[in-house]
Write a protein that binds this ligand. Sequence first.
Ligand SMILES: Nc1ncnc2c1ncn2[C@@H]1O[C@H](COP(=O)(O)OP(=O)(O)OP(=O)(O)O)[C@@H](O)[C@H]1O
Length: 364
Amino acid sequence: MVHDLELIKVGKVYDNGTPAVAGFDLAVAKGEFIAFLGPSGCGKTTTLRMIAGFEAISSGDMLIKGTRINDVPPERRPTSMIFQNYALFPHMTVRRNVGYGLEVKGLAKAEREAKVDRILATLGLEDVADKRPDKLSGGQRQRIALARGLIVEPDILLLDEPLGALDANLRKAIQNELKLLQKRLGVTFVFVTHAQSEALALSDRIVVMNQGRVEQISPPHQLYTRPNTPFVAQFIGRNTILDGSVGGVEDGRAVVDTPLGILRGTANGALAEGSAAKIVVPAEAIEVRSASEARATGMGNAIAATVRRLDVVGHISHLSVELPGGRAVSLEAHVEKYPPGLFAPGGEVVLAWNAAEATVIPAA
Ligand SMILES: Nc1ncnc2c1ncn2[C@@H]1O[C@H](COP(=O)(O)OP(=O)(O)OP(=O)(O)O)[C@@H](O)[C@H]1O
């Protein structure tokens, strides 16, 4: 299968010696929505700019539809890029902004106008076609930028934090629009964000980056439930991560010997007996029981904890407990599950989970 986009061991060292990206491997199928997610400075934008051709790659190969593009200039790549600030021309009408790329390409006026009309209709911008972007809302400006990127019919649309300038409510609405539009058009999207919820909501697959390296490439649900590395476990979701050593692995289940007892989870990665490991327990997987109930049922995979606080906000109870050694664990559930008065501060409880829902990974 020929991929729309392939990065093979792509690396970037800036002229001043800053290493920004190393050994980046990725293969993107046509029509996929890919997000680059990671903390500030991890190399997301650099990678996007290398795909666009604005930044030369220092090592490795980049292919679009099977053709090596390392030395192809940006204007000859089948890509469009949308910037966080949209980079719209304030003195031009929406129509002219959107058609500008075709004007530069020298397309005849009639053909250009027809394409502009079509894309304005696709994005619901007909009514503002003759206005100037600075007279429009953030959401409308965002759509103009999208129209301008899509009108040149790129194979791959590159989006650098495209929703970053919008307020939270609008962001949510535009997220949905963007996802629907992308699926309808079938264009491959590569999207940079440092907002976890955005990446989880939009993408077919997420590339988690850390210090210039790829930590994990997975569909959102898998990334959330089966982290491959300690960084991902800590960066995605709300996990309690406990250190220990591998006691053994059987049928995909790992036993971990921790200072808090013997704990079990689903094995993920090379876990040699006796090697250092981490058991990652998502907040959603944790059941809180009273200490006596846990003793009575002989529950396995459980750790003792002390209640610190229980706060009820609307329908949600926020329970804060402390593990032996002082580590805090925050849990949330519907108020029916943790009703006020059930867990008094200072009370002894037990945190338990199904081994299937916890993940055991190598410590490094
Ligand atoms: N033009 C440049 N010259 C030198 N170093 C640069 C340049 N641009 C970025 N860097 C460095 O490269 C590394 C990766 O930066 P990059 O902007 O790709 O990260 P990012 O993940 O997109 O961060 P952010 O979320 O803050 O935009 C950082 O250490 C950054 O300081």
